[in-house]
Design a protein around this ligand. Structure first.
Ligand code: AP5
Ligand code: ZN
Length: 215
């Protein structure tokens, strides 16, 4: 199956994507991770997008569609799209790319979380620089302070765009440009919705139930 995780910044898309990789052998395609990788490897594109990302604005459709096209054309199936599409042109582009490969998006899972919760989730988030595991100061701390539970790395990082100003911009971008996708996929008939405010395991179980029901 190919699925899209749709939700505002901090909804838990990355957290649930990592579970789905493990439990179902799906491949995560996170445009946020791809862009951060481009930044840290210092490519021209990485340099161009760095400021835009730190402000919390969306990168151009052209750039992110290019990144996704490259990955889809490498083949494989069973993708989790995390943080893509984020605009209507991106959604149309994905549809066309999948059709070219003889594939389709089987389910779009909307993760509903209210804005106040997003603020505390984003302000407490940190991730492992080595394996990518996502943590939270309160809801998902490491077992040993300063050390990743999964890989033992001590390279724990906070993102440059996880501050109050950028988060406001990211939320505004979400409501203006990304939330119309909920109606778009509802009309296409493949929209599902889960309560993203529940505990991590409960959200995971709700998602599993959605995926198990797919034809
Ligand atoms: P991106 O990296 O996609 O960030 P985002 O959408 O803002 O999403 P986040 O990674 O912040 O949140 P998440 O939903 O994955 O939550 P997480 O699981 O970490 O994008 C960054 C930037 O890149 C964009 O601003 C833009 O500039 C650019 N970009 C990327 N894609 C683009 C595109 N398609 N088009 C244009 N520009 C693009 O969880 C958050 C925290 O909550 C964690 O600490 C976690 O431990 C905790 N948590 C998770 N679930 C729960 C739970 N159920 N209960 C309690 N705590 C929880
Ligand atoms: Zn790790």
């Amino acid at each position: 199956v190919n699925i899209i995780l749709l939700g505002p910044p901090g909804a838990g898309k990355g957290t649930q994507a990592r579970r789905l990789i493990e439990e179902r052998g799906l491949v995560q395609l996170s445009t946020g991770d791809m862009l951060r990788e481009a930044r840290s490897s210092g490519t021209d594109m990485g340099k161009r997008v760095a400021e835009v990302m730190d402000r919390g604005e969306l990168v151009t459709d052209e750039i992110v569609i290019g990144l996704i096209r490259e990955r889809i054309e490498q083949g494989g199936k069973g993708f989790i799209f995390d943080g893509f599409p984020r605009t209507l042109p991106q959604a149309d582009a994905l549809e066309a790319l999948m059709a070219e490969e003889g594939q389709r998006v089987d389910a779009v899972i909307e993760m509903r979380v209210d804005d106040a919760a997003l603020v505390s989730r984003i302000s407490g988030r940190f991730t492992c620089g080595n394996c990518g595991e996502v943590y939270h100061d309160v809801t998902k701390p490491t077992k040993v302070a300063g050390t990743c539970d999964v890989c033992g790395s001590t390279d724990l990082r906070r993102r440059a765009d996880d501050n109050a100003d950028s988060l406001k911009t990211r939320l505004m971008e979400y409501y203006k440009k990304t939330s119309p996708l909920i109606g778009y996929y509802w009309c296409k008939g493949n929209l599902h919705s889960v309560d993203g405010l529940a505990e991590i395991d409960t959200v995971g179980a709700e998602m599993a139930a959605v995926l198990d029901q797919l034809p």
